[in-house]
Design a protein around this ligand. Structure first.
Ligand code: HEC
Ligand code: HEC
Length: 322
């Protein structure tokens, strides 16, 4: 109301008194969106766009965005995921996006973490929600190259940052707590670095040893059913090689640190038995304590159960045709 009156003043009458002039300046300042957001200490989408671009859109963009949640434009964030809105104006603690970046809801975001967002970045998101989800200055829509998962430069080591978008887009819909097939198949979650490397029941990723990793066997189709379970399409050759390289280089976390060998951990592998106890080229350690069911022979498709020694070699406890 006041605002439109000030405008009319400007249009209808020449501004004569200094008092009116000050009033006019005041309303112009208050009605400029950027000035108002800065003076009020509030936050707009424009302030968050670069964090989203660097930490979120490599997964949350395009048709395969996890849970249908795209974070590559203002409108997309407000639209939310297949489960509903992820931000609620004025109520950060009821906003799934805030709960995820703080780790109140799991899996914590960004999925590549640690590192997660810094305290000050989290505060920025909270303030944006608390002050009503303003858009702020027009921000150009993020371009597809920004949204594409980063490939390692030549000579750079492969880390979880490079492979996590593949797991997020192609695997996480099933391999999560409450996925599209119910609980995670085989209890195997692919929604965090920790869960992917977990050796709680058995390991699927053996650092340094792709051939001993059931995950690599499944995406190649050596172990059946081939993954992703809803394929074809399966992963393309580049994606498979990237994941193999990641494992071969020690299954590094987002900060580049190699995973420790989970010596003593259980493994369960599927594949085709070759001569002299090889499983698709992987040397198996077979000994007096190995149990053989139904005399497995070269050429058989088998299941192998065993434990890793300190070098990542598979000491076979049981082997049987499937
Ligand atoms: C490496 C891929 C990846 C990155 C990077 C990532 N996410 Fe996610 N995000 C996922 C996956 C996968 C899920 C689904 C996990 C689940 O709940 O089963 C998800 C789920 C979410 C959800 C829950 C949606 C819902 O309705 O259940 C929110 C909110 C979210 N992410 C926000 C973010 C934010 C914000 C960032 C950046 C700070 C981010 N994510 C970065 C992969 C990623
Ligand atoms: C549509 C659902 C679905 C998708 C998508 C999916 N999986 Fe699976 N996954 C399953 C099911 C079901 C099983 C159990 C199959 C069996 O062995 O009978 C499984 C089993 C596995 C196993 C074996 C686990 C173990 O304990 O031995 C691995 C490894 C695996 N999946 C990896 C992946 C990877 C990597 C992707 C993505 C490239 C993926 N999966 C995508 C449904 C899915």
């Amino acid at each position: 109301m006041k605002h439109s009156r000030a405008c009319r003043t400007r249009v209808d009458a020449p501004v004569s008194s200094p008092r009116l002039l000050w009033l006019l300046v005041f309303f112009l300042v208050v009605s400029t969106p950027n000035a108002s957001s800065q003076t009020a200490g509030s936050t707009s989408y424009a302030d968050l766009a670069s964090i989203l671009a660097q930490r979120c859109v490599m997964c949350h963009s395009g048709g395969a965005a996890p849970v249908g949640l795209r974070l590559d434009s203002f409108e997309a964030i407000l639209k939310g995921s297949a489960k509903g809105p992820v931000v609620k104006a004025g109520d950060p603690s009821a906003s799934e996006l805030i709960r995820r970046i703080k780790g109140i809801a799991q899996p914590r975001m960004p999925m590549t973490g640690p590192p997660f967002l810094s305290e000050s970045e989290i505060v920025l998101f909270e303030r944006w929600v608390a002050t009503g989800l303003s858009k702020g200055d027009a921000v150009e829509a993020m371009s597809p190259p920004d949204a594409a998962p980063r490939r390692p430069a030549s000579g750079e080591s492969v880390t979880y940052v490079h492979v996590a978008p593949i797991f997020a887009r192609r695997c996480a819909k099933c391999h999560t707590e409450k996925g599209s097939m119910g609980p995670a198949p085989e209890g195997f979650r692919l929604t965090s670095y920790e869960a992917t490397l977990s050796s709680a029941d058995r390991v699927r990723v053996v650092p340094g040893r792709p051939n001993a990793s059931e995950l690599a066997r499944r995406i190649r189709g050596q172990a059946r059913p081939r993954m992703p379970f809803d394929g074809p399409p399966y992963l393309d050759a580049d994606e498979i090689r990237l994941i193999e390289d990641w494992i071969a280089q020690g299954a590094r976390d987002a900060e580049g640190k190699s995973a420790a060998m989970p010596a003593g951990a259980a493994v369960r592998l599927h594949g085709t038995l070759g001569r002299r106890w090889q499983l698709d080229g992987l040397d198996l350690a077979v000994g007096t304590r190995t149990r053989f069911d139904k005399a497995p022979a070269a050429g058989d498709y088998v299941e192998v159960r065993g434990r890793l020694d300190a070098t990542g070699k598979v000491r076979v406890e049981r082997i049987r045709p499937r």
